[in-house]
Design a protein around this ligand. Structure first.
Ligand code: URP
Ligand code: ZN
Ligand code: ZN
Length: 493
């Protein structure tokens, strides 16, 4: 017996599109066919039906490296996500030096339980991989359904030295977890930023100068070498440059199991936004910084040829006032501005418009990059990311003809601005369902705070080692298994 049927829509999956009704029972998709009936019906005639978006990189209610609080709570961020068609988020539980990771995760989980309107999981940020964290907290957290870690190769206070990064990779390997990496060369950023400030070059536009393109490439090369040494899969977050893409391709050619994402803003904005009068450009400060039109073209090509797997928002919301972007005054130096921009609400509409209406890809490719691949890479594909029988009924009734001009008010987050202000996109989610329940109808959000669920996961195949260790660690010749204390089946004892 069905609870609900979505009738007469054109279903879009990563593999193809077809006319079908979608039968839903108990919050799941239980049948696809024609002429289905149920007590509750939604007519999707003339519309597309897409899977709910999976945003695998967003910062929510998080304390930054510099100790600054995000503008968004789980409630405001996930309300904004839902309005734009994102029904699953992976945000962060951020350890800072001195903290126990287990306690950190408990704290973030309590905030999400109280506020989240969409389903969620956490990447665990490792700022201090001490033995108690790696040997006591991590096994416990893995058993509770946490399956990914983020580590930073830059940012004062939370960045890891290479030896620490290796310790994290080895620990992740023991638990089959994915390791996501913020890959920029810290020394290059520090040296350039200090020189710029010393000489009085503090306008927001110099932020882009202080994060050199080569710094991204170098850090990706280094992350790849560490991944190869320990045979631990990694995900390179927010790739922004031609040089970074070349490093991703080099890593794969060398045999690394390395995945890579880019973010909405790198595809449609450039560093020209930083070069606005006075302190205005502070709103566009994020790291890595916005780049050039040539990088945008290269990123689109990389999405098309498989170099990049996913597009996330990297929603990192700081209010455009004295509590956030302008905490150092109305014309802050670039070093005084919290890094990050809001983007949860508009990721899907912008990506759709760019791909389908501006020739960068098909509806199917859009679904792959925004829904299916993020679910698969992070171990959520048993429930999320596609319209197939057995999956959660996280569905969007998508109007490909609806044109919308993006504004801060429409985004509905707490920052008070959108970096995409005034952009007009065509394609919009008119109805959003989460586990079979309508959570957005038009501009009305119906889900209650706390109705989002924690998604316990295990690292999926994308996070499993290849079995090809570096020669120095090859267990057939040396003592690799001992050094790695690996429980991975592919490493002989
Ligand atoms: O500028 C950004 N993206 N801030 C958020 C932290 C990060 O590195 O992802
Ligand atoms: Zn990052
Ligand atoms: Zn981020």
């Amino acid at each position: 017996m069905l609870d609900l049927v979505i009738q007469n829509g054109q279903v879009v999956t990563a593999d193809g599109s077809f006319a079908a009704d979608i039968g839903i029972a108990g919050g799941r998709i239980v049948t696809l066919g024609l002429g289905l009936d149920a007590p509750q019906k939604i007519d999707a005639a003339g519309k597309l039906v897409l899977p709910g978006g999976v945003d695998s990189h967003c910062h929510i209610e998080q304390l930054s490296a510099a100790g600054i609080m995000n503008a968004d709570t789980f409630e405001s961020a996930t309300r904004s996500a839902a309005l734009g068609g994102t029904t699953t988020v992976i945000s962060f539980a951020a350890q800072h030096v001195g903290m126990r990771l287990k306690t950190v995760v408990d704290d973030y989980a309590a905030l999400a339980r109280k506020g989240a309107l969409v389903d969620y999981a956490f990447h665990l940020i490792m700022a201090e991989p001490r033995p108690d964290v790696l040997d006591e907290d991590l096994p416990e957290l893995a058993a509770l359904g946490h399956a990914s870690i983020k580590m930073f190769l830059t940012y004062d206070k939370i960045r890891l030295e290479d030896a620490q990064a290796l310790a994290v990779l080895a620990a992740a390997r023991r638990h089959g977890m994915m390791v996501c990496i913020h890959a920029e060369n810290h020394g290059m950023i520090q040296w350039l930023a200090n020189k710029l400030v010393e000489r009085g070059y503090t306008h927001p536009k110099y932020h882009a100068v202080s994060h050199p393109r080569l710094g991204e490439a170098e850090a990706i090369d280094r992350a790849a070498a560490m991944s190869l040494l320990l045979d631990q899969p990694v995900m390179i977050f927010h790739v922004s440059t031609v040089e970074g893409l070349a490093a991703v391709r080099r890593a794969r050619a060398a045999g690394a199991k390395l995945w890579a994402e880019t973010c909405t803003h790198y595809l449609v904005l450039t560093k020209a936004d930083l070069d606005r009068p006075g302190g205005e450009g502070a709103k566009w400060i994020c790291s890595p910084p916005l780049r050039d039109a040539a990088d945008q073209e290269a990123l689109w090509q990389a999405l098309a040829d498989g170099t990049l797997q996913t597009v996330s928002s990297d929603h990192a919301p700081y209010a455009a006032d004295a509590s956030g972007k302008y905490m150092a005054g109305p014309e802050p130096g670039f070093k005084q501005v919290p890094n990050g921009m809001p983007g949860l609400a508009f990721r899907l509409p912008i990506l759709w418009d760019q791909m389908v209406n501006h020739g960068h890809g098909s509806p199917e490719a859009f679904v792959r990059l925004a829904c299916t691949e993020p679910a698969r890479l992070y171990g959520l594909d048993d429930r999320k990311g596609s319209i197939t029988i057995g999956k959660d009924a996280d569905l969007l009734i998508w109007d490909p003809a609806r044109a919308v001009t993006l504004t801060a008010a429409l985004a509905g987050d707490n920052t008070g601005y959108t970096p995409f202000e005034g952009m007009t996109v065509k394609g919009w989610p008119t109805t959003v369902l989460r586990r079979g329940e309508v959570i957005v109808a038009g501009s009305e959000v119906r889900a209650s705070p706390g109705s989002g669920r924690f998604l316990a996961r295990q690292g999926g195949p994308a996070a499993q080692p290849t079995g090809r260790l570096a020669p120095e660690l090859d267990p057939t010749q040396n003592f690799g298994a001992e050094l790695l204390e690996s429980q991975a089946a592919d490493v002989p004892k």
